[in-house]
Ligand binder design. Structure first.
Ligand code: ZN
Length: 331
């Protein structure tokens, strides 16, 4: 066994920014940066440079975990393992995150979805505390679903893609063709932020609370919750993202009760106030989730004592990518 102290690297890779952090074994972040998402080469070179430079300051990383927008290739024996596969984000399809970073950094790396990362973060610090099986849903630019089963992110042949399920059309929305480039009127094509904007001709954040877009979106999001409830029976469904404005939660809860239709005695008494929950781990949930995944890859366990520290200590001031010293590939 190495006697070197555990040092963890984490990346939350998003469509507009990559948040990178380095933490000690107790979860205290010692270095952190925010890098704007531009071209894959420019962005990933800056991510690599941050960690190379961080290693020169703090020592060698024990492991690096990346949680990313997707879809991702997560099966280790797949030829494209580590890649973003067919994303609508221009320039980012078939970009292999792990292969790119391995040209600069020789440490064990793991990859998971952004929603699984957020789910891990919510379990440590937020609305998933004390739960073994729950779902984390985000409804924003897209619709993503992370699934925790028995305390670990679920993935079989690859990660779930429940944002693209098909649902019955909401009343009055029978003719809208939807915005998903792959399916048209899947859930993401009907209820994501871009779908609402295309459907109603204005950005969703400009809609008043009595705009008909909200109950319609709530009907679709409740449809997802109905399907997750029947297929997985999670202890809770945590829903975040830009479309989930505060007034949406009760709309989703009411639509869910209606859709469940009184079926199954164990669901009739469902307390939807706690079953459908807001995320509470804060904006760093994805990064914390990545760091926790790195911790688990080193120790085989989830961190146990991080939650006692609270999120104040993990929110170091962000700095932008300007000023990162570039590095050259080592392999
Ligand atoms: Zn779709």
């Amino acid at each position: 066994m190495s006697t070197q102290p555990i040092l963890l690297g984490g990346v939350e890779a998003g469509g507009t920014k990559f948040i990178c952090g380095v933490a000690a074994a107790d979860g205290v972040i010692v270095d952190q940066i925010r890098i704007p998402t531009t071209s894959p080469d420019e962005t990933l070179d800056a991510v690599a440079a941050f960690f190379v430079n961080a290693q020169s300051r703090h020592g060698r990383l024990s492991a690096l975990a990346i949680v990313s927008f997707g879809p991702l290739s997560l099966k280790p024996d797949a030829p494209d393992f580590g890649a973003i596969t067919s994303t609508p984000k221009p320039g980012w399809s078939d970009v292999n995150l792990l292969a790119h970073l391995r040209r600069f950094i020789d440490v064990p790396m793991t990859l998971d979805t952004d929603v699984n990362g957020a789910a891990v973060g919510e379990r440590l610090f937020g609305s998933g505390q004390g739960l073994e099986s729950f779902c984390y849903v985000t409804v924003g630019t897209g619709v993503g679903v992370g699934v925790m089963i028995d305390g670990a992110p679920h993935g079989g042949a690859n990660h779930p893609e429940a944002g693209h399920i098909r649902l019955p059309r909401a009343k009055g929305d029978e003719r809208y063709s939807g915005t998903c480039p792959f399916h048209g009127d899947c859930l993401e094509g009907l209820a994501s932020g871009p779908a609402l904007q295309a459907r109603w001709g204005a950005a969703a954040e400009t809609f008043s609370h009595d705009h008909p877009a909200w109950p319609m979106a709530a009907e679709y999001i409740a449809g997802l919750c109905t399907n997750l409830t029947y297929t997985l029976r999670p202890e809770r469904i945590i829903i975040g993202g830009g479309v989930m404005q505060p007034h949406m939660y009760d709309l989703v809860r009411q639509a869910l009760v209606r859709q469940l239709g009184g079926y199954d005695a164990s669901l009739r008494d469902l307390d939807t106030k706690t079953y459908i929950a807001e995320p509470t781990a804060g904006v760093s949930a994805g990064l914390i989730g990545a760091l926790a995944l790195a911790y688990r890859s080193v120790t085989g366990e989830w961190p146990k004592d991080w939650a006692t520290q609270g999120q104040d200590q993990i929110g170091l001031e962000m700095v932008d990518a300007t000023g990162i010293e570039p590095v050259t590939p080592s392999v």
